[in-house]
Design a protein around this ligand. Sequence first.
Ligand code: AMP
Ligand code: GLY
Length: 418
Amino acid sequence: MNGEKRVLVVGSGGRCHAIVDALSRSPQVGKIYCAPGNAGIAQQAECVAIGVENVDALVEFAKNEKIDLAVIGPEAALAVGVVNAFKENGLRAFGPTKEAAQIESSKEFAKRLMAKYEIPTAGYEAFSDYEGAWEYVKARPLPAVIKYDGLAAGKGVVVAESYEDAEAALRDMLLDESFGGGRVVVEDFLDGPEFSFMCVVSGEKVYPLAMAQDHKRAYDGDKGPNTGGMGAYSPVPFVTEEVEKFALEKIMRPTAKAMVAEGVPFVGVLYGGLILTNEGPKVIEFNARFGDPETEVVLPRLKSDIYALFDAAIDGRDCATEWSEEALLGVVMASKGYPGSYAKGAVIEGVEGLQSKAYHMGTAQKDGKLVTAGGRVLMVVGRGKTLAEAKAMAERDCAQIECENLFYRKDIGHKVLD
Ligand code: AMP
Ligand code: GLY
């Protein structure tokens, strides 16, 4: 880091570590702060103990430290308006305003937008009453796709294979106050392989990033509950040039344009969670931020300067990106019990000296030792000429890491490697 730019990255997970790592390769950057960061990020940035939703403290810190550019990672920070506050204070922040972030925080906003601008996605109906929703679901074929309308950290979607499960999900989301008693969206079921297409967006400008595929289920063979993501790889062989072109021209660009037309221009990373159906790619969901764990396998492939990209996006300038041909594959090591309840504080050994890059998702330092501090703990990212090589590296290194309370999937990449 030989440059002069002072950067603040807001967040603490693996994607935040990958953003810090990418920024540390920028020739323009001289100093990186991270709020609040974690034990791994602390090796590459100066961590400051400010929570991601503490808007006033973040603004004050950025002013005092003369921050040139802030990258706002987590959805919670976007939803409380950290970017709005930075802008109001004349600070440069990369990320959407809270109005634009609704494309993630409100499923209904996203579905309406896609319907109005003819962006390919599953048909849907929205409900706030349990009776109406249940009448609708039981008259339709299975599986039933039921989504809670609001931020639910990947846990608000149920793909029910039986009417019994569908009914239970509707009860949970509409009658049980544990979800906050909101609205649900019931969607048509789409079939096909999923992939994640993240684009840096600035108003109508779209700068595509490399493709990745996530693995949402907890266990091997895509079994078990949905999680935030248990592993990822990039590139994605089944996303041909033709599919990418369709996704860019029929989905990502029209969505960026639609946001401008709706008066909520988007600046930041627009994450398309897409599914390749027989009729071409369709949208499963949009996120208003970098994906986690996709970012950890995508950003290391960026050969050009990420600071230049963020900087250009804030101003709406053009910016070319350059990508390596290398294949990356990352395996998430999670606390036993995740995505349900899990213990914290288990000692982790063997993370140093690996060939893979270990991005820290939820770690802390305690009494001089590295310990687990979250559901997802580490993402071990291998690389090579092929995905098979990258996988061999990641698996070998996962086996080097000793911790009694971690588990990981052994089949990351199975859709393209087996
Ligand atoms: P989401 O949080 O919207 O990404 O949904 C989580 C997961 O549920 C997705 O990754 C899909 O595997 C599945 N899913 C969501 N919507 C649909 C749909 N309309 N058809 C089939 N699967 C879906
Ligand atoms: N990996 C999915 C997400 O970031 O939401």
